[in-house]
Design a protein around this ligand. Structure first.
Ligand SMILES: Nc1ncnc2c1ncn2[C@@H]1O[C@H](COP(=O)(O)OP(=O)(O)OP(=O)(O)O)[C@@H](O)[C@H]1O
Ligand code: SF4
Ligand SMILES: [Mg+2]
Length: 378
C-alpha cells in the first residue's frame, strides 16, 4: 500500500495538454475456478493484459474494441472499482495503483464515471434532485447558493428543465436519463470522466445528441474523457486520440487523423471498414475498403500465442504465432501513432480490389449461397 501518497490540492489548476492520467503495464487477470471437491484456480481470464495509455488534461481519449476485449475492465481499474493484478496507474503524477479509500479521498471527486445503461444506473425511488445532489452530500460539498440551486444549474447545463427537480427517473426518456447521469457526474466538478459506452443503450437518433452534450462539457468545462465505445464511428468526432483494443491489449493508438485515415493495424482496418459512414463527412476522401469482420474473438482464458489477432488476420505469417509484436511507432507513422503488427498495412483506407472475409464460417456460407444462386439460375 502506498503510505506517502501526497496529492496536489484537489482544486489546483491543471494545465491543458499535461498528462492527467497515466497507465503503465496495467493488467487484470480474473481467476477461473474449477475441480471437485476442492475448487482450485485452474486458469485466468486475461481481461486486460499490460496496457499503457495516457489521458491529458482536458483531452478526450477514445478506447475502442469489440465486446469482451477488456474496455470496461480498464475503466473500472482506472476508477479503482477493481484492484489491478499488476501495472501502475498514476493520476496527476501520483501513484494511485494501490491507494486505500482514505488515501483516494482527496481525488475521488475528480474522477467520475458515466455508465452504459441509464435505466439501471439511476435509483428509481429517488427524485432527480436527490440523485444529482447525492454526490455533493456524500462528499460534504456545499456550493454557493446551496445544493438545490446547483442541481438546477446542472439540469440546465445538460439540457433538462430545472423545474424537473422533483420528478422521478421513470418520467424521463432514455436520452434524458443519460443526461441526468451526466449531471450527476458533473456535480463534483470532475477533471476526468470515464464514460463506459454512454450512448450504446440509446436510440441512434438520440446518440448524437448525448455525444454532442458530452463534447460541449469537455470543451467548455475542460474535463478530460476516457470515452469507451465498441465502434470507431461513435468516438470519431469526439476524441482527439483513440486507442484500439483487442483481447486485452492495445494494438494501435494515435491521433484521430492517423487512426481514421492512416491506420496500419489490420484490425483497425477491419473496424473502420465496418463503419458505414466513415467517409461521408469528407467527400474528397478515398472510397473505403471492404473487410467484413465476423466471427468470435478467441477466449481470453487461452489467447492465441504471439499476436492475438492472428487467428482472424489475413496477413498472418509464421512469425505472428511465435513473436508478440511490440506496440511501436512504425516508419511512416506520425508522432504518437503506435502500432503492434509485424506486417502492417499501408497507411491508407482506399478500397481493395476484393472483399476480405475474416470469418471462415461466413466465407463458407457466402460460397454456398453463390453456388445455390448459381444452380437456380442455370
Ligand atoms: N468479474 C469478472 N470475473 C471474471 N471475468 C470477468 C469479470 N469481468 C469481466 N470479465 C471478463 O473479462 C473480459 C473483458 O470484459 P470487459 O467487460 O472488460 O469487456 P468489454 O470490452 O467491456 O466488453 P463489452 O463491449 O461487452 O462491454 C471478458 O471476457 C469478461 O467475460
Ligand atoms: S502481427 Fe501478424 S497476425 Fe498480427 S496483425 Fe500483424 S500481420 Fe496480422
Ligand atoms: Mg463493457
Amino acid at each position: 500500500m502506498t503510505e506517502d501518497l501526497v496529492l496536489p490540492a484537489p482544486r489546483q489548476a491543471a494545465t491543458a495538454g499535461e498528462p492527467l492520467l497515466k497507465v503503465e503495464g496495467l493488467t487484470k487477470h480474473f481467476p477461473v475456478k474449477g475441480g471437485f471437491p476442492i475448487r482450485r484456480t485452474v486458469g485466468a481470464v486475461q481481461a486486460v493484459d499490460g496496457i499503457d495509455l495516457t489521458v491529458n488534461v482536458g483531452e478526450s481519449f477514445g478506447l475502442v474494441g469489440e465486446s469482451g476485449c477488456g474496455k470496461s475492465t480498464t475503466g473500472r481499474l482506472i476508477t479503482r472499482l477493481l484492484e489491478p493484478t499488476s501495472g501502475s496507474i498514476s493520476y496527476r503524477g501520483q501513484d494511485i495503483t494501490h491507494a486505500s479509500r482514505k488515501q483516494l479521498a482527496p481525488i475521488r471527486s475528480e474522477i467520475q464515471m458515466i455508465f452504459q445503461d441509464p435505466y439501471s444506473s439511476l435509483n428509481p425511488r429517488q427524485t432527480v434532485g436527490k440523485i444529482i445532489s447525492s454526490p455533493m452530500e456524500i462528499n460534504g460539498i456545499d456550493p454557493d447558493g446551496g445544493r438545490e440551486k446547483r442541481v438546477r444549474e446542472l439540469l440546465e447545463i445538460v439540457g433538462l428543465n430545472p423545474e424537473h427537480y422533483n420528478r422521478f427517473p421513470h418520467e424521463f426518456s432514455g436520452g434524458q436519463r443519460q443526461r441526468i447521469g451526466v449531471a450527476r457526474a458533473l456535480a463534483l466538478e470532475p477533471k476526468l470522466i470515464v464514460a463506459d459506452e454512454p450512448v450504446s443503450a440509446l436510440d441512434v437518433s438520440i446518440q448524437a445528441q448525448v455525444v454532442n452534450l458530452l463534447q460541449e462539457v469537455q470543451r467548455e468545462l475542460g474535463i478530460a474523457f476516457l470515452f469507451i465505445a465498441h465502434d470507431l464511428a461513435v468516438v470519431r468526432h469526439f476524441s482527439q486520440r483513440v486507442a484500439v483494443m483487442y483481447l486485452g491489449k492495445v494494438i494501435e493508438v494515435g491521433d484521430r487523423e492517423s487512426i481514421y485515415t492512416r491506420p496500419r493495424h489490420p484490425y483497425t482496418h477491419a473496424l473502420l471498414s465496418a463503419v458505414p459512414e466513415v467517409n461521408l463527412a469528407d467527400e474528397s476522401a478515398s472510397p473505403r475498403e471492404r473487410i467484413r469482420l465476423a466471427g468470435d474473438v478467441p477466449s481470453p482464458i487461452s489467447p492465441p500465442s504471439g499476436c492475438r489477432f492472428r487467428t482472424r488476420c489475413w496477413k498472418a505469417q509464421d512469425k505472428c504465432a511465435t513473436e508478440e509484436p511490440p506496440l511501436i511507432r512504425l516508419s511512416g507513422n506520425h508522432e504518437g501513432h503506435l502500432t503492434a503488427c509485424h506486417f502492417p498495412e499501408d497507411p491508407t483506407i482506399e478500397a481493395r480490389d476484393e472483399d476480405i472475409v475474416l470469418d471462415p464460417a461466413l466465407a463458407a456460407l457466402e460460397e454456398q449461397l453463390e453456388e445455390d444462386g448459381g444452380s437456380t439460375t442455370s
